[in-house]
Design a protein around this ligand. Structure first.
Ligand code: AMP
Length: 557
């Protein structure tokens, strides 16, 4: 076991859970996990004030899994979530952490899908039920005993549940559970309505809140960029084009992410390496030395691995994955701006993590300005500037050393010096795109940052009864077309099935496929406009989950 997993090992979780956590690549518990896991493991009721991005799901999922009895095939833990999307996400997290616990099953219960299979899964002995309140009440109306064996209840995003009008449903559910159960409540905010619930339904709860003492950050220019989770790599590549950096450190959450991102950067010609808790000490020292002396320019690290790293060359910090708490944000960005130099810190924020951004701004007392991805013109300007900088020192004496050769070659080839210089440039720039049109064509499909008002990551994410919160349509990125299939969640389809089928049969690169939204009775997929008809023909006979995909261009008007 590496030293870093000692953090999780110290909880004394069931070894099968610990093994799954290690396999997931987490190196150490986040602040909310550090505080909540022992309390929940000990069976106490708890109120946790934490938002998405803090690691709150694992903070309750790990100890709850520890407390259930896999041998008993009946519902033992109930997790309530405000939306279908969150319920699915939480269920998936439980499945991940329970991967090495034979006999443990998880069922997600939400509106829009048929009730029969959900009820069957519960009756077949799923120990963990993750549900939206509305649909769960429908089940209770059919069978009021369905939850009578549940002895752990978690309310996730309780404030969101109340906002969506689930108060009455929650009361019905509380009544259907044994009064002796353990109750854990997570909420980003604690308004009076939440406190009232806690008072009525929790017994002597312990409070957990990430300590947010004010932090000072000096000499570091901070900015954030809104981006979808699956577009982070291409966003990073675009940013690197225009950021004038010397050395740069990128922070991600898992070991795997350090490896994936470092190899994506290397593939683009950057001198990059990964740094994570699995890397042996001597290798780690080598990486840091290389970063110091310029053999490396970018290190992609986890928080644990970057501890104590002090390299004065670092001009930039990219927070590719959100830090768990403001303190670690401040810690991370402190890697730059060393020795009185100026530093720049960029934070990638997915739509769901905006609240975390606000917390960071509050704690640091500074606004983290929003930036947009560079457009094609900015990329072109930056590329030309780099080229100018690399060529201008060579011009001074080139004529004396190579002037005669130039004369001879232009004579031999029979071309103008301009034509020859252009040919040499093409060769020297490795056919890099250096016109606006060429850049527009090659650019990853992420230039449209989502506008502030909508929450694109959650469009598939409706409250389970009625459309209580209408959302603005998600803008389509340039060069993309939206396509529709009549297969949806009720056909047992998940986004990854669609993605797999289109990648395999369509022969596309992963970056070519945009957002995939799986609704109940249909799904939408963003595909490249260029060559779309050919692609659709290619996918004509493709089947997913045993059914014909029948993907068609979708026009919303
Ligand atoms: P949550 O706040 O529960 O939505 O979690 C945010 C993200 O952090 C999820 O993608 C988790 O997989 C990831 N995560 C949670 N705990 C850890 C940890 N200790 N180390 C690394 N990643 C984590």
């Amino acid at each position: 076991m590496t030293q870093e997993t000692g953090g999780f090992a110290a909880f004394n979780l069931n070894p099968n859970i610990l093994a799954a956590v290690i396999a997931t690549g987490y190196e150490e518990p986040s602040a909310i996990q550090q505080q909540s896991i022992p309390i929940i493991m000990a069976g106490h009721d708890m109120i946790g004030q934490a938002q998405t991005g803090t690691g709150k799901t694992a903070a309750f999922a790990l100890p709850i899994l520890h407390r259930i009895d896999p041998a008993k095939r009946e519902p033992q833990a109930l997790i309530l979530a405000p939306t279908r999307e969150l319920a699915l996400q939480v269920a998936t997290a439980f499945e991940t952490y329970a991967k090495q616990m034979p006999g443990v099953t998880v069922v997600a219960v939400y509106g829009g899908a048929p009730m029969g299979p959900q009820l069957k899964a519960i009756r077949n002995g799923a120990q963990i039920v993750v549900a939206t309140p509305g649909r769960l009440c429908d089940h209770l109306r059919r069978d009021e005993k369905v939850l009578s064996t549940v002895n752990h209840l978690v309310l996730d995003e309780a404030d969101e549940m109340l906002k969506l009008g689930f108060m009455d449903d929650l009361e019905v559910i509380f009544k259907a559970l044994p009064p002796t159960r353990q109750t854990v409540l997570f909420s980003a905010t604690l308004p009076q309505s939440i406190r009232a619930i806690a008072e009525r339904h929790l017994r002597d709860p312990q409070h957990v809140k990430i300590q947010t003492k004010t932090q000072t950050v000096t000499a570091i220019e901070q900015a954030h960029l809104l981006v979808h989770a699956d577009q982070k790599t291409s966003a990073v590549l675009s940013l690197l084009e225009v950021e004038d950096f010397d050395a740069l450190i990128m922070f991600v959450r898992t070991k795997q992410a350090t490896l994936d991102l470092a190899s994506a950067l290397e593939a683009k010609g950057y001198k990059a390496a990964a740094l994570n808790g699995d890397i042996a000490q001597n290798q780690r020292e080598r990486v840091i030395e290389s970063l110091k002396d310029g053999r490396l320019d970018i290190v992609v690290a986890t928080d644990v691995a970057a501890r104590g790293l002090d390299v004065p060359r670092i001009t930039h910090v990219f927070n590719v994955d959100m830090p768990y708490d403001p303190e670690s944000y401040v810690h991370r960005i402190g890697r730059t701006g060393r020795a009185g130099r100026e530093g720049r810190a960029l934070l990638l924020v997915t739509p769901r993590e905006r609240r975390m951004l606000q917390v960071i701004e509050r704690v640091t007392g500074q606004k983290v300005a929003e930036v947009r991805l560079p457009d094609a013109q900015a990329v072109l300007d930056a590329r030309i500037k780099k080229l100018t900088n690399s060529l201008s020192p060579l011009v001074a004496d080139a004529e004396s050393t190579h002037g005669e050769l130039l004369d001879r070659l232009t004579a031999d080839i029979g071309c103008t010096p301009r034509a020859l210089a252009a040919a040499l440039l093409r060769k020297a720039t490795n056919a890099q795109a250096l016109t606006l049109a060429a850049i527009e064509k090659e650019r990853p499909l992420v230039p449209n940052n989502a506008p502030r008002g909508d929450r694109p990551e959650r469009t598939g994410d409706r409250p389970d009864r009625g459309d209580r919160e209408r959302r603005a349509p998600v803008p389509l990125a340039e060069g993309r077309a939206r396509c529709r299939t009549a297969l949806g969640a009720r056909d047992g389809i998940a986004a990854k099935n669609l993605l797999g089928a289109i990648l395999n049969e369509g022969g596309l690169a992963r970056e070519a496929i945009g957002r995939i939204q799986v609704r109940d009775s249909f799904s939408l997929v963003e595909l490249p406009e260029d060559g779309l008809e050919r692609l659709l023909t290619k996918l004509k006979d493709t089947r997913v989950a045993g059914k014909q995909l029948k993907l068609r261009r979708y026009r919303e008007d």
